[in-house]
Write a protein that binds this ligand. Structure first.
Ligand code: C2E
Ligand code: MG
Ligand code: MG
Ligand code: MG
Length: 294
């Protein structure tokens, strides 16, 4: 590198950059280990009907129980997993874990029927030629119907190569799997592209929900999105709901579902089961009709 820097310039050795590079390298080899030695975990967050308050689905969120650093969030290790391609193996593991837990919950009696399990997809999984095969294998081996699986792909990941994304997602959707656009509003999809994509759900990014109560421009944007979704025949999920005020606003906009700390934080599989049990009956503050089928 220094050789190309030219005569007038020189490159200093930056110990801080060196430390960062070393940490990344260590993390990469740790992450390879993590997959092999069963250190990955999943957390589940309920997706709730904004008409009845009932949980109808859970979103699966990956965690890493690092032997030294403790429980790590996706932001701590997914960027490296993505760069190294390890994200593909992690994704397959998460998908199978989610299907296994969903099938186990559904086998138990005394809990309200759960419509779906949501799993996030990375762009590198989309690029993988055999994604539909990997997904159908996971569903079959755990006895989960394709209609019960929602795959969440972020708007920017789709827009990176919309033609290819449409082909892969269309393939999955023809087999019955549901497709959700995650973090909607943060990417740059044109309305025309949106209409051509094989989609079922728009998940409105939490940044819009957070600003909605203070800034009426954001409330207007969220309302525009729910109206657009309705006209395109898509369901809407509002992400990152933290207050009852936000719930009321979203209900007035006819948003279908909500997710966020107001309802529950991501939890373990056992806690998810307990959550389902404790929400077996609709509490009186919610209307009793649930006209939605997820
Ligand atoms: P996401 O798919 O948009 O998931 C929602 C994120 O918002 C989660 O963060 C969740 O814990 C957080 N959240 C939920 N409710 C609230 C709230 O009321 N307030 C706030 N401030 N945050 C809330 P988490 O678990 O850290 O995941 C971050 C992102 O990492 C996810 O965003 C998703 O893009 C990615 N991710 C998570 N698991 C996977 C996975 O298995 N595969 C892939 N490819 N990506 C994943
Ligand atoms: Mg998601
Ligand atoms: Mg999101
Ligand atoms: Mg997000």
């Amino acid at each position: 590198v220094a050789k190309h820097a030219g005569k007038a310039r020189y490159v200093v050795f930056d110990p801080e950059m060196h430390a960062v590079a070393e940490r990344r390298l260590a993390m990469e080899s740790d992450l390879r280990q993590a997959i092999a030695s069963d250190q990955l975990r999943v957390a589940y967050q309920p997706i709730v009907s904004l008409r009845t308050g009932r949980p109808l689905a859970f979103e699966t969120l990956v965690r890493w129980a690092h032997p030294v650093q403790g429980l790590l969030a996706p932001a701590d290790f997914l960027p490296i997993a993505d760069e190294t391609g390890l994200i593909v193996d992690i994704g397959t593991w998460v998908l199978n874990r989610a299907c296994a837990d969903f099938a186990a919950w559904r086998r138990l009696s005394g809990i309200p029927p759960l419509a779906a399990i949501h799993v996030n997809l990375a762009r590198k999984q989309l690029l993988l030629g055999k994604l539909p095969e990997v997904v159908m294998d996971a569903l079959e081996s755990h006895g989960v119907a394709p209609e019960c699986l929602h795959l969440e792909v972020t708007e920017s990941e789709i827009m990176n190569d919309p033609v290819h994304a449409a082909a892969v997602l269309g393939d999955l959707r023809r087999q019955g799997v549901k497709i959700d656009v995650d973090d909607f509003g943060t990417g740059y999809s044109s309305l025309a592209t949106l209409h051509e994509l094989p989609l079922d759900v728009l998940k409105i990014d939490q940044s819009f929900i957070a600003k909605m109560s203070e800034d009426h421009c954001f409330a207007a944007l969220v309302h525009a999105v729910t109206t657009l979704a309705q006209n395109l025949g898509l369901a809407t999920v509002a992400e990152g709901i933290e207050t009852s005020d936000q719930v009321a606003m979203l209900q007035s906009m006819d948003c279908d579902y909500g997710q966020g700390h107001y309802f529950a934080k991501p939890m373990s599989s056992d806690e998810a089961l307990a959550y389902l049990r404790s929400h077996a009956t609709v509490s009186p503050e919610w209307s009793s009709v649930d006209s939605l089928s997820a």
